[in-house]
Every structure is written in structure tokens, then in C-alpha cells.
Ligand binder design. Structure first.
Ligand code: FAD
Length: 368
């Protein structure tokens, strides 16, 4: 039972939309950042996953980031942001100003390597590592995990993935279309990342081909259809409460057809074929047996919750998920998961912040 290097009341793991929202509300409820409340992030800068997203990504109709609570009081709104600048720069800058304004004292880059129970005490221990290799431990009454999904991209297995001689990359490895200049590129996946890549590659790559496991569902409005979003969020909530692996939100909402997307559909860039049967050395082979030459295959096939550091708590169910109801782990009542499941959007993360902060203070007060 090693002696901790620091005692805190609450540790928040991750300073993306979810972690910042929780930290903001906890501070309002009286916790002091830096001592009572320790916010940790392994990223080099502010912005959560947004700081790592590809250069060409802009905030706009498909990528709408909700304002953090307390941002309006600072005179900041994402809707007023300069849309000609990369989303990663805009979000990074806004979050940085937010952290400074509310003095949240985020510690970075600090990676949480494990979370364990402290034997004989109602506490959890967070072990962290800094880039110089030093480790230390923080003991706290509660942990709010807000580690997002960017660290665990999901790439499905298809026969021949180990045979293909070209380049394979996932969404987190995509930098810009220029890397694929003059190449034949296959893009896999039915979400907004795949669509963004195809539009960006159009005219830069020699050819693009698009494959999706399920037919793409277009929503005929230019913004997210609220009714189907509610259904998708409900489905996420059911999955979280029963410990299943979470479905993608976008798979339930449909993709809003912006003007840019409409033009891509009309010129044939955004026409998806059913998923190919296999890869071979020089490309992919469709279900009909057509060989499609590819220099690169981009797997824009989604993400899973990045919970690797929670493994010592043994919370995974046989169904592959963690049982979470209203942001709280069913099996470890000192652990909250913000931005998980139904909260996995910037608006969900915002709402979660308030609800989780309230529940956390109830636990601290011994009333929950
Ligand atoms: P993140 O922003 O991923 O933040 C998690 C933080 O935790 C990171 O900063 C990371 O460094 C840190 N972390 C992780 N593990 C550790 C560890 N072990 N130790 C220390 N720190 C750790 N949502 C929208 O609402 N609008 C959109 O337009 C939109 N576009 C998206 C586009 C893509 C390509 C993807 C993948 C998602 C998109 N989303 C969008 C969903 C998006 O993930 C959420 O909206 C939101 O930004 C996620 O916030 P978060 O705080 O949960 O996670």
C-alpha cells in the first residue's frame, strides 16, 4: 500500500470538453483547483482530442462544438469563431482561455497509467507518469474519468489486412490530403471523418473509392436531426447501462447534408459501395469480385472508449463495456465516467458536467 505523493478530494482524468465541464462545475461548488481538485491531461496542449485532429477540419455545420458552460460569461462563443482557421487551433485556444479564466490548473502532459483501489480505505489511487519517466500517485475520494476515445481508434479485421503492401492508417494518423497526392486511396467508414477525408482528397489523390459496412444514412437537413439524435443517445444510454460496447452516435443520427456534401454526392465523390470482401497485396476485392487498386487504405471506422488505465478496477463486463448509469459506475461508486456513452458529444459532455459534479459533491458530503 504505497504512500501517495498527494491527497486530493477529486481527480479528473482528461481536460477535453467533458473534463473541463466537470471541473468548472466542481469549482463552482467550492472545490479548489490544484489541491482539492486535480485535473490531469496527457496531451501537450489544451483542446482535448481536438488538438490532434487533422489540419483541414473546420468548425461548421457537421462539426458543431457546443460552448462550455461559463464561456458566454467570458464573451466567447464557438459560433463567432473564425471558420477559416483549423478547428484544432480554434478549440485549443478557446479551451486554453477557459482554463486560464477559471484557473483550473490543468496538469499536463501527465499520463494516467493506472487507477487502483486503496485497500482498507474508501479511496482510489491514480498513478501518473510524466514524459521524463517519473511516476507519482494521487489518492482521492472520487475519480471522474473523462478520457475520451481518441487514444483508441477502432479498426475492424478484414481478411488480407496483413497482406496489403500499401499504407494503412486510421483517423488519428491522417494529417492532410497532400500526403496522398497522385495516389489511389480507399476510404472505409460511414461517418463524418470518412466524408471529410473523401472531400479533401478529391482532386488531390488520383482516385478515391468509398466503402461502408452499412448504407450511409443522409439526413435531409443541413444540421443534426434532433429526433434521431435523441433516439441515438437513448440507444447509447441503454448500452452503457447494460455494459455493452457503445454504438456510434452518428450511426443513429444520419449525416446532415451540407452544401459541400451535396456537391460531393452530385459529382460522385460521396457514393459509397458496400464493404469490400478482402484486401490483397495491391488493393481491395469487392463483394462482386472487382479488384480496386489502392496505394493507401484509410480506416475511418470509429473509436472505442479509452479506459485502459481503469483495467485494474476490473469493470469490464463480458459484453465488453462498463456498466454506467447517469455517469456513475455501477461497480465502483467512487468512479464517474464523463463523456461516456450517451454523453459522447460536446453537448452531452456539457450536460454531464453539471450532473456529475452534483453527484460527486454528494459523495464527498457522504449523502450518496
Ligand atoms: P476528449 O476531447 O478526447 O478529451 C479527453 C482527454 O483525456 C484528452 O485531452 C486526452 O489527452 C485525455 N486523456 C485520455 N487518456 C488519458 C490518460 N490515460 N491520462 C491522462 N489524460 C488522458 N462532437 C461534437 O459535439 N461535435 C463535433 O463536431 C464532433 N466531431 C468529432 C469528430 C471526430 C473525428 C471525433 C472522433 C469525435 C467528434 N465529436 C464531436 C465527438 C467528440 O469526441 C466529443 O464531442 C468531445 O469533444 C469529446 O470530449 P471528451 O472530453 O469526452 O474527450
Amino acid at each position: 500500500n504505497p504512500v501517495p505523493d498527494q491527497l486530493a478530494r477529486v481527480v479528473v482524468i482528461g481536460a477535453g470538453q467533458a473534463g473541463l465541464s466537470v471541473a468548472y462545475h466542481l469549482r463552482r461548488l467550492g472545490l479548489v483547483p490544484g489541491s482539492d481538485l486535480v485535473v490531469l491531461d496527457r496531451g501537450p496542449g489544451s483542446g482535448g482530442a481536438w488538438q490532434h485532429r487533422w489540419e483541414a477540419l473546420r468548425l461548421g455545420a457537421a462539426h458543431r462544438v457546443h460552448d462550455l458552460p461559463g464561456m458566454h460569461a467570458m464573451g466567447l462563443r464557438f459560433d463567432d469563431a473564425d471558420r477559416s482557421r483549423p478547428a484544432r487551433d480554434v478549440v485549443g485556444e478557446y479551451y486554453r482561455r477557459f482554463e486560464q479564466h477559471y484557473e483550473l490548473r490543468v496538469r499536463r502532459p501527465v499520463a494516467v497509467t493506472s487507477v487502483t483501489r486503496v485497500p482498507g480505505a474508501d479511496r482510489l489511487c491514480t498513478t501518473v507518469r510524466t514524459p521524463d519517466g517519473r511516476t507519482s500517485r494521487i489518492s482521492s475520494e472520487v475519480i471522474v474519468n473523462a478520457s475520451g476515445t481518441w487514444g483508441t481508434p477502432f479498426v475492424p479485421w478484414y481478411p488480407g489486412r496483413d497482406v496489403f503492401a500499401g499504407r494503412q492508417l486510421d483517423t488519428t494518423e491522417y494529417r492532410s490530403a497532400a500526403e496522398f497526392s497522385g495516389q489511389d486511396v480507399v476510404v472505409v467508414g460511414g461517418g463524418t471523418s470518412a466524408i471529410g477525408f473523401l472531400l479533401e482528397l478529391d482532386g488531390v489523390a488520383r482516385s478515391t473509392r468509398w466503402f461502408t459496412r452499412r448504407p450511409v444514412v443522409w439526413s435531409d437537413t443541413a444540421s443534426l436531426d434532433l429526433e434521431s439524435a435523441v433516439a441515438a443517445v437513448d440507444e447509447q444510454d441503454r448500452a452503457a447501462r447494460t455494459g455493452r460496447v457503445l454504438p456510434s452516435i452518428v450511426s443513429g443520427t444520419g449525416i446532415p447534408v451540407t452544401r459541400r456534401i451535396r456537391a460531393g454526392i452530385d459529382r460522385g465523390t460521396l457514393v459509397a459501395a458496400p464493404m469490400f470482401a478482402r484486401l490483397d497485396e495491391s488493393g481491395v476485392v469487392t463483394a462482386d469480385g472487382e479488384h480496386v487498386h489502392a496505394d493507401a487504405v484509410v480506416w475511418a471506422t470509429g473509436f472505442r472508449a479509452d479506459l485502459r488505465h481503469l483495467a485494474p478496477l476490473r469493470l469490464r463486463t463480458a459484453a465488453g463495456g462498463v456498466v454506467v448509469a447517469d455517469g456513475r459506475s455501477e461497480d465502483e461508486p467512487r468512479l464517474f465516467l464523463a463523456g461516456y456513452g450517451p454523453q459522447a458529444s460536446t453537448i452531452g459532455a456539457n450536460r454531464a458536467g453539471r450532473r456529475i459534479a452534483q453527484q460527486v459533491t454528494d459523495v464527498l458530503a457522504g449523502t450518496a
